[in-house]
Design a binder for this molecule. Structure first.
Ligand code: DON
Length: 578
């Protein structure tokens, strides 16, 4: 990317001016990427994370000789301290690891698991209605956490440093305390009602007497430091067995949940085959089920590959229309087919195939928005047998980590397991409590994602890598619930179709459609002219708050130079290189 690149989107403008194609090709606008919205630039390693202290830790680890996985595991533990709204050891997630030496990319599934006492109807009230208070803000909201086991698997298989060594920066931050930023103060205050319900949580996130932390105050998390020390000393057993596991089970049960010490001891992360696709000559590698993210990212890209998106232009009415129509079809399929592959057969190959993309395009009209009521999940029989945060890391050798993990909503269920400092997730809400009833992100589902003991709730997390000629070209991902998939999609399209650099691609206004509700959600910044074109096609366009918080790194395959960008949509994020 160093040097000058052609921006294909500009070709369309010349076409409008009535030029011949060869004249267009010759005169297509040429930009130096550094003359535009500026990415962070580094020669060796880079970390892009939603919180600066954690990003610094990851960068320093690589500068001292650690690889991308050493840095990634250290960032994950650090974020549990510095970004308590989403960073965690009480939640779970997904990590992709690219090994530059073998050229292989591995997918680690450390998603939470439903405890053995979980049942299909556990979130229905006496009247048979879905009880979102129970699935979000009670002990029952939590699945068995996977983060600690997932990080150990990552470090053992692909890291080079000691377990205790990569956890120690997080212990120091929890013990010594961190300076409260305006963002941290604000996000705690926003969840006051949920955190105050549990005395163990209130004791950590509020001062004695319930007073709020203010920007500049120090937030010390002594119990969390103690738990992290135990984990550093005893490995995952320090979390999944013994005093911490017992405290988690006790607190969860006292708050109406069913996690037992046996559930904790039984937790297992899983190494899975990433889901793969291609888009205009680039290879897309992303997270397979139990995340829906990779499947639908590839499905939507496949459908859009059949249209001249670059020529139609970035965020024009025509392009957004086609994107929204493809998104609707994908999210309809999500509601029917996606779930934990250890429990249901997910037709991954069918959904991510180029043939199916052609079928999707046949259903898409260039002129009219198809009402969601007329869209049903495709008939894909036979089945084949068979507040979240993202960080990206690339090291000097081209190894990479793409990690999205979560406790679901900000501060999870609000429940801190007594004496442990561990904030518990509310991931059980990602199951379909009742067919057709939307979850916290408006997503609907059915049998494939029904609650079941030992099952992992369906996710939308989409940690992704884009490879060119077998080498990492882009590492990206985002929080945002249902909107994660479409956010990642747009970063990829902005770079591949529209020739944007990684900072521009992260900044450009976003759009989202998830089939139900039948609304085309757009950010401020999509122009009124465009909105009018979309309305004329029949879209119900709604302007809502910003979507996503991407943390992305692009690697120039020729030179190894790294370009990175943190999404400007949330404060405190940092992309740092060395
Ligand atoms: O796994 C999922 O899809 C959700 N639990 C993610 C939640 C999320 O992204 C919240 N952050 N904004």
């Amino acid at each position: 990317m160093k040097g000058r690149i052609v921006r294909p989107g500009r070709v369309a403008a010349f076409m409008l001016a009535g030029m011949s194609f060869s004249a267009m090709a010759q005169q297509a606008a040429i930009f130096d990427p550094m003359d535009r919205i500026h990415p962070v630039w580094a020669e060796s390693g880079m970390v892009s994370a939603q919180e600066r202290l954690a990003a610094e830790i990851g960068r320093d680890i690589m500068a001292q000789g650690g690889n991308a996985v050493d840095a990634g595991v250290a960032v994950a533990f650090a974020l549990a301290v510095t970004l308590p709204r989403a960073g965690n050891i009480g939640g779970g997630g997904f990590m992709l690891v690219h090994d530059a030496e073998t050229g292989r990319t591995h997918a680690i599934d450390y998603r939470e698991m439903a405890p053995q006492g979980a049942t299909r109807d556990m979130f229905l009230d006496a009247a048979g209605e879905a009880d979102s208070d129970r699935s979000l803000y009670s002990g029952a909201a939590s699945g068995v956490p996977g983060t600690v086991a997932g990080m150990k698997l990552a470090l053992d298989n692909y890291g080079s440093m000691d377990w205790a060594e990569v956890i120690s920066p997080a212990i120091r931050l929890a013990e010594e305390g961190i300076a409260v930023t305006p963002e941290l103060a604000d996000s705690i205050e926003a969840e006051r009602a949920h955190l105050e319900k549990f005395p163990a949580s209130a004791a950590i996130f509020f001062k004695p007497g319930g007073e709020s932390y203010r920007p500049g105050d120090r937030l010390v998390q002594a119990d969390l430091a103690k738990t992290l020390r135990t984990i550093a000393k005893d490995g995952p057993d320090g979390f999944y067995k013994g005093a911490v596991a017992e405290a988690v089970a006790r607190s969860v049960q006292a708050a109406g949940g069913v996690i037992t010490p046996e559930d904790m001891a039984a937790y297992k992360p899983v190494l899975r085959e990433p889901v793969r696709g291609s888009y205009r000559g680039y290879d897309i590698v992303s997270m397979p089920p139990p995340s829906s993210g990779g499947v639908h990212l590839i499905q939507i890209l496949n459908a859009l590959e059949g249209y001249p998106i670059a020529t139609l232009g970035q965020n024009t009415g025509e392009t957004i229309h086609l994107m929204a129509e493809a998104m609707k079809l994908a999210y309809a399929d999500r509601s029917e087919y996606l779930g934990d592959p250890d429990f249901v057969d997910v037709p991954v190959a069918a959904l991510t195939g180029k043939d199916y993309a052609a079928e999707m395009r046949r259903k898409i009209s260039a002129d009219f928005a198809t009402p969601s009521t007329m869209i049903k999940p495709a008939d894909l029989a036979p089945y084949e047998s068979d507040q979240t945060t993202h960080f990206s890391v690339v090291d000097k050798d081209g190894n990479a980590v793409s990690n999205t993990y979560t406790i679901n909503l900000n501060y999870g269920s609000g429940l801190v397991a007594e004496g442990t400092g561990v904030l518990m997730n509310n991931e059980m809400d990602d199951f379909s409590a009742k067919p057709g009833v939307p979850n916290a992100f408006g997503l609907v589902g059915g049998d494939a994602n029904a609650v079941q003991a030992g099952k992992r709730p369906l996710s939308s997390m989409t940690p992704t890598m884009v490879l060119k000629d077998g080498k990492v070209w882009l590492v990206t991902g985002s929080p945002g619930g249902a909107r994660i998939i479409t956010t990642v999609l747009q970063v990829v399209m902005n770079m591949i179709d529209h020739g944007m650099n990684v900072a521009e691609a992260s900044t450009a206004p976003r759009i989202h459609h998830q089939w139900l509700p039948d609304e085309l959600r757009v950010e401020e910044g999509i122009g009124l002219d465009t909105i009018r074109i979309l309305q004329a096609k029949g879209h119900d366009v709604v302007v809502k708050e910003a979507m996503g918080s991407t943390q992305s790194i692009m690697r120039d395959p020729a030179t190894g130079t790294l370009y990175g960008a943190s999404d400007p949509r949330r404060p405190d994020a940092a992309t740092l290189g060395y």
